[in-house]
Design a protein around this ligand. Structure first.
Ligand code: SF4
Ligand code: SF4
Length: 196
């Protein structure tokens, strides 16, 4: 079973530190001391604030991933329990973005060595002048693949609102709930409890 990062809305204070940690973890240098035109703030999780809830939303690394099923050219794969997007082959068609039930995917410009990658043979008409068009690709949480100590958002959250949900934790929680349900049933039917 795939692992994923889960947020506790009761703990989250909406400070967006997790977004900043994500950007730093996926930047080659320190984005806060880069020149303005080299600063790219594209976190792979998004803090949502509504009247009742504040919490970051990010990829759940679905077992039967709708984004991968929908991708027309096989750019989304499962590697070591993590759903990953291949930025090299992504064509930016947005099919995965629409298919994802969590809204976990965003389209971002692709950068190489801090510079936007432009698309061969495609131009934008900007105020009557043709300019090379930036290549856009799908982006989402990759569980900080290759980042030491990742996922970075978990360690930087000041209120410990985030945790990595491993398969063992899910199984333990399910067993707890089953035992609780059984206890409730026994109480309702007044059958003497044994071993619960
Ligand atoms: S860092 Fe923690 S408290 Fe701050 S927005 Fe993210 S999850 Fe919420
Ligand atoms: S991007 Fe969305 S659909 Fe794809 S694995 Fe993550 S949560 Fe599931």
């Amino acid at each position: 079973m795939n692992r994923f990062v889960l947020a506790d809305p009761d703990q989250c204070i909406g400070c967006r530190t997790c977004e900043i940690a994500c950007v730093i973890a996926h930047s080659a240098g320190n984005p806060f001391i880069s020149p303005d035109d080299e600063f790219h703030f594209h976190p792979r999780l998004k803090v949502i604030k509504s009247i009742g809830v504040t919490a970051p939303v990010q990829c759940r690394h679905c077992e039967d991933a709708p984004c991968a099923n929908a991708c027309p050219n096989g750019s989304i794969t499962n590697a070591d329990g993590c759903i990953l997007i291949n930025s090299e082959s992504c064509i930016g068609c947005k099919t995965c973005m629409i298919a994802c039930p969590y809204g976990a995917i965003t389209m971002v410009p692709e950068y190489r060595d801090g510079r936007p990658v432009v698309q061969d043979g495609l131009y934008s008409n900007v105020s009557g002048r043709l300019q090379p068009k930036e290549r856009m690709i799908a982006s989402k949480c990759d569980l900080c693949e290759g980042v030491e100590g990742g996922p970075a958002c978990i360690g930087k959250c000041p209120t410990r609102a985030l945790k990595l949900v491993e398969p063992d934790l899910v199984h333990a929680r399910v067993e707890e709930k089953r035992a609780a349900s059984a206890r409730q049933l026994l109480h309702m039917t007044r059958i003497p409890a044994t071993g619960l």
